[in-house]
Design a protein around this ligand. Structure first.
Ligand code: ATP
Length: 429
C-alpha cells in the first residue's frame, strides 16, 4: 500500500460523502465522525451482511437490541468501573497525554517535539467509561454510556432463555453504539470516542475442550467472512494477546488485524470470556430437558463496524492509470448500479434511461447521472465503488439492450432489458 493511501482515502471520504469530521462547522470534536450519504450505505451494508450471515443463515443465533444506558450496577458487576482502564502518561515538558502502552506514538512525540528526549510522569490508570447524568433534580443520577455492547446481552440472558426457546449451545447477536473516553483518538475513525460494534456472544457448556473448539471455529468463521467480502488475505493476520494485555474478563483473546498504513491494527477480537460475566451477574442456565443447572461459558466475537468500514475502504482503494477505483464487494458497495443516458440532450434517450432506472429502483440501491460525458461519469462511479454502469444508447431504442460496464475490468457487454435485474442479482451474491 502506497504511503499516502491513508491521506487519499480520508480526502476521498470527505469529497464524495463517506465520512465527515463530526460537528465540522464548529471545528469538529476529537474522536467523533459523521457518515455521509455514501458512508451510511457502506456501514449499513456491512451491518446487514453481518446480520444476514451471523443470524439469518444459522439456526443457533438470535438477536437483541439493548439500551445504550444501563443501570450503573451492571458496570460495577462486570468489573468495568474498576478495570476498564488504560494506562496514561503525561509529557512533563508539554503536558500532552498518551497511552503508556502505545510506544510508537510516545517515541514519535519525543522525536518530533523534544529532540528525542522524553520526560514522562508515572503511568496512571484512566477509566474509559463515559459518564452521563440523568434526571432534572440535584443530585442527578450518574450513569454511563456503554463501553461495550456486550453487557446488554448478559443482563438479558434470563429473559432470552425463557422467551426464545434456545438451548445451549446458542449465540446472541447485537449491533450497536459503544462509547469510550479514549485518551488518544486518532488515525481517522480508527480510534473514535463513539463507534459501533457488531458482536456475538456464543454460550457453551463449561468445558475447556469445548471452549477451545468453539474458539477455533469462530476464529476461522470471522477471518473467512472478511476474506469472503473481498479483503486481501495477505493483509490480514491473527494476533494472540499476551498474559499482560488481556482484558479483565478474557481467558483467551486473539485479534484479527489489518495491515493499515499506520501498522498492523486490530479491528475484531475473538474472546473466551469463560463464565466471567454470567457469574458476576449471578446468572445460571437450567437445561430444559434435564435438571442440570450451571453457568455457561461464553465465546465472543467483537467486531468494529467503523474500523472494518475504514479497512474495506483502504483495501478497496486502487489507482489504475488515471482512474481511482474503490473495489468494494458488490454486497458492500453503496450503489450497486448507475444508470445514464448516453447523452443528456436527447429526450428519447433520457426517457428510456429513466424507465430503466425506475424499473430497477425498487430492487437495488441505484443512482442516476447525466452530467458531463460518459467517461467522466464512469470515473465518478468507479471512485465510489459502483460495480456496474448501465448506459442507454440509440441501439437500446431499437433492440431493448443496454451496455453494462464492469467497474473492475472496465469491460462492457450488451444485456437484454428483460434480463438486467437477474444479471445484477446473480452477481450480487
Ligand atoms: P484497542 O486495543 O485498539 O483499544 P480493544 O482491544 O480495547 O481495542 P475491544 O474491547 O476488543 O477493543 O473491542 C472490540 C472491537 O471494537 C475492536 O476490535 C474495534 O473494532 C472496536 N473498537 C474498540 N475501541 C474502538 C474505538 N475507540 N474506536 C473504534 N472502534 C473501536
Amino acid at each position: 500500500m502506497a504511503s499516502d493511501t491513508f491521506e487519499k482515502v480520508v480526502a476521498l471520504c470527505k469529497r464524495r460523502g463517506f465520512v465527515y469530521p463530526g460537528s465540522d462547522i464548529y471545528g469538529g470534536l476529537k474522536g467523533f465522525w459523521d457518515y455521509g450519504p455514501l458512508g451510511v450505505e457502506l456501514k449499513n451494508n456491512i451491518k446487514r451482511a453481518w446480520w444476514q450471515d451471523t443470524v439469518y443463515a444459522r439456526d443457533d443465533v438470535i438477536g437483541v437490541d439493548a439500551a445504550i444506558i444501563m443501570n450503573p450496577k451492571v458496570w460495577k458487576a462486570s468489573g468495568h468501573t474498576e478495570a476498564f482502564t488504560d494506562p496514561l502518561v503525561e509529557c512533563k515538558k508539554c503536558h500532552k497525554r498518551f497511552r503508556a502502552d502505545q510506544k510508537e506514538e510516545i517515541n514519535g512525540h519525543e522525536r518530533k517535539e523534544h529532540g528525542g528526549k522524553g520526560d514522562w510522569t508515572e503511568p496512571k490508570r484512566f477509566n474509559l467509561l463515559t459518564e452521563v447524568y440523568l434526571g432534572t433534580t440535584e443530585p442527578k443520577q450518574k450513569a454511563y454510556l456503554r463501553g461495550e455492547v456486550t453487557q446488554g446481552v448478559f443482563v438479558n440472558f434470563q429473559n432470552i432463555v425463557s422467551s426464545a426457546r434456545v438451548k445451549i449451545p446458542f449465540g446472541v447477536a447485537q449491533i450497536g453504539k459503544a462509547f469510550r473516553n479514549e485518551i488518544t483518538p486518532g488515525n481517522f475513525t480508527y480510534r473514535s470516542r463513539e463507534f459501533e460494534q457488531m458482536e456475538l456472544e456464543f454460550f457453551i457448556n463449561p468445558d475447556k475442550k469445548e471452549a477451545e473448539r468453539i474458539f477455533k471455529y469462530w476464529k476461522k468463521e470471522r477471518f473467512d467472512w472478511y476474506v469472503g467480502l473481498g479483503m486481501d488475505k495477505a493483509k490480514l493476520r491473527f494476533r494472540e494477546h499476551g498474559d499482560d494485555e488481556r482484558a479483565h474478563y478474557a481467558r483467551a483473546a486473539e485479534d484479527i488485524e489489518y495491515k493499515a498504513p499506520f501498522g498492523w491494527s486490530e479491528f475484531e477480537g475473538i474472546h473466551d470470556r469463560g463464565d466471567w460475566d454470567l457469574s458476576r451477574h449471578n446468572l445460571t442456565y437450567k437445561d430444559p430437558d434435564g435438571d442440570e443447572e450451571y453457568i455457561p461459558w461464553v465465546i465472543e466475537t467483537s467486531g468494529g463496524v467503523d474500523r472494518s468500514a475504514f479497512f474495506f475502504l483502504l483495501d478497496g482503494y486502487h489507482e489504475d492509470r488515471d482512474r481511482v477505483v474503490l473495489k468494494l464487494h458488490p454486497r458492500l458497495a453503496p450503489y450497486k448500479v448507475a444508470v445514464f443516458p448516453l447523452v443528456a440532450n436527447k429526450p428519447e434517450l433520457v426517457k428510456k434511461a429513466r424507465e430503466i432506472y425506475d424499473s430497477l429502483k425498487g430492487s437495488f440501491p441505484i443512482t442516476w447521472d447525466e452530467r458531463g460525458n460518459i467517461g467522466k461519469r464512469y470515473f465518478a462511479q468507479d471512485e465510489t465503488g459502483t460495480p456496474w454502469c448501465v448506459t442507454t444508447d440509440y441501439q437500446t431504442l431499437e433492440d431493448n439492450t443496454v451496455t453494462v460496464r464492469d467497474r473492475d475490468t472496465t469491460k462492457q457487454k450488451r444485456v437484454k432489458l428483460e434480463e438486467l435485474a437477474d444479471y445484477f442479482r446473480d452477481n450480487l451474491s
